[in-house]
Design a protein around this ligand. Sequence first.
Ligand code: FAD
Length: 454
Amino acid sequence: MAPLKILIVGCSIGGPTLAMFLLLSDLPACEKPHITILERSSSIRKQGQNVDIRGAGVTIIRKLGLENVIRASTTGEIGVQIVDAANRVWSSNTADKSGHVSTPTADIEILRGTLADICYRRSQSISEEVQRAGGAGIAYMFGDHLDALEQDGNQVHVRFAKSGKRQSFDVVVGADGLQSGTRSLAWGAEGEKDRIKRLGMYAAFFSIPRGPTDTEWRRWYHAPGRRGIMVRPSDQKDRTTIFMSVVNEEDERLVQVASKGREDVGAQKKLMAEYFQDAGWESSRIIGGMMGTADFYYDMIAQVKMNKWSKGRVVLLGDAGYCASPISGMGTTLAFTGAYTLASALLRNPEDPPAAFVEYEAKMRPMVGRAQKLFPGAPHSMNPQTAWGIWILHAIFYAVKRSGLAHVLFFIAWIVSRLGLATLLYRIGGPPANTVQVEEYGFRQLPEWSRVER
Ligand SMILES: Cc1cc2nc3c(=O)[nH]c(=O)nc-3n(C[C@H](O)[C@H](O)[C@H](O)COP(=O)(O)OP(=O)(O)OC[C@H]3O[C@@H](n4cnc5c(N)ncnc54)[C@H](O)[C@@H]3O)c2cc1C
């Protein structure tokens, strides 16, 4: 059988990870899949701030020999503090760095752009190795996207919007995020409203110059009107990263500015400045920094829910198929685990990709289902409407911390993990990342990578 021709749309986390695993089987180089990765941006997108890698995700990066390079690139966040307008700390929760307990700050916190860049460069090095051994490796196409996609029996025919070029593939994988163009082309744009479940929250992610009050803690401030700001450490010591959010289901402007993506950054910044101008605390400094920053990213906070993640020979991976939203802390771990599972299923069923997709979906559904279960009432419950609501939230955090309950819960979670009861916990609906077992599929284990700067 000729090697599979696979088009992966999106070069962020899921896309290059899938490509890497597809090249890590023990097939001879000339029989390995021929992979093309298409990315809309002209280079790896640097936007986005802190993402978490948890449990199963850590196992996957170990398999790729990426643990050391990723750990050396983390932001160093030590935990979360809840602060008020006077910057008084109501609660401090340190992160569990053993990786056994799921705390709000994960074992590994890294900037999204840094992680995407690591995944891309690692995939390049694996591709070059395959090419030296006589295989096709990975062809990268930046700065283009698809504007047509059709399927007949065994082929997917696509057209590239900018070049106008037409090409056919055995499989097309949409790893192009929450607003996936692949999903829209294959399933139809008209159904997008039903697939994307809005959570009523809109957020801006960006970085600003580090100020004297910024530390290695994440500081989380709430303002009335369901507004929130998180100030977090960056991997660049002179920068601080910001997550600024508002929960509002009535103001259509929040949706409109999100729909234009990168084309409407001016309008997105203006709207966020309007929302936060009277929010108090350090809002003036943050708005000032936001207006001047180049790494601004704004989007609706939403989840993607679909009955099936594949249609014929088109399949979705990561946020494109099952976005759990940034407030789940699980998006990156799902993309890593999904890529690993999909690669294994495709390599075992090269002559029947639809059968591979059924297998992939059956394995991923339970984990995705749990990741998409958010904290009860979220995001509203964690973003009160009134000053009284915020006071009550602070008081609850304070009481939990002072009563020692937080320590007791942490200790129980640690014992469960150490006694190997994690799988049991997963079966009865526990948190997915630290309790899911990553199946062994026999991919070649890569040695730890010493990153080569290009
Ligand atoms: C710019 C950006 C910033 C983000 N910031 C954060 C953050 O700060 N915190 C957080 O928790 N999560 C953030 N996320 C989401 C987070 O990256 C994902 O939840 C997670 O890492 C899963 O990754 P993924 O590979 O499935 O999708 P994504 O990381 O969303 O990657 C999708 C990729 O596809 C590309 N793409 C999109 N449309 C097309 C198209 N039509 N054709 C070709 N390529 C396309 C995008 O440029 C991107 O590179 C961000 C995502 C993006 C794209």
